[in-house]
Write a protein that binds this ligand. Sequence first.
Ligand SMILES: CC(C)(COP(=O)(O)OP(=O)(O)OC[C@H]1O[C@@H](n2cnc3c(N)ncnc32)[C@H](O)[C@@H]1OP(=O)(O)O)[C@@H](O)C(=O)NCCC(=O)NCCS
Length: 167
Amino acid sequence: MEIRPLKLKDLEKVRELEISCIREYFSKILENKWEDLPEDWKDNLGSTSRKSFKTYLSSGLSFVAEEDGEIIGFIFAQMLHNIYDAENIVWIDNMGVHSYFRRLGIGYKLMEAMMEEGHKQGAGIIHSAIQPDNKPSIMLHKKLGFFMDRREIALFDMNDYKKNKSL
Ligand SMILES: CC(C)(COP(=O)(O)OP(=O)(O)OC[C@H]1O[C@@H](n2cnc3c(N)ncnc32)[C@H](O)[C@@H]1OP(=O)(O)O)[C@@H](O)C(=O)NCCC(=O)NCCS
């Protein structure tokens, strides 16, 4: 198994894996069946979507785990600036490991690769948004020494703002 930087040629395989991780998550929180969700909405999901992939490709902070030519894990991150009193802050957008290969240290190694590159690029902080019920992810971050208080991130969909304005 090799951990290496994300490449353009990975797009198809890494999108497939990211979508399967997103489906796994949605199957726990959404009542709708995946097949019933709107296609254009699904197309925009994830760091591998058409609008996001290039950002994560060019950041130098995204890595994949490859085994026998197959992508079995990924981490997508980019550098943001001047947030939380830090000039450079790594934002982890998503990570995942194929269910068959979990608990083998791959997630940990992906994080390590991203952290090493973040350090080289001058990051002061790494930010990772974790669902409070995602025990594997919480435990992984704790093992790496992430500080976790009870903060939550509140999201607002600007489409709702536009809709309300037009009422
Ligand atoms: C979270 C995830 C990426 C972890 O990847 P992984 O390769 O299985 O993790 P690792 O094997 O590197 O685990 C490293 C450490 O994390 C913790 N950990 C990982 N999975 C765990 C689990 N199911 N239960 C408890 N601790 C866990 C352990 O401390 C583990 O070290 P140990 O095996 O020596 O005890 C993986 O579970 C996954 O893809 N989940 C679905 C997608 C997801 O939730 N992504 C995170 C979005 S923020």
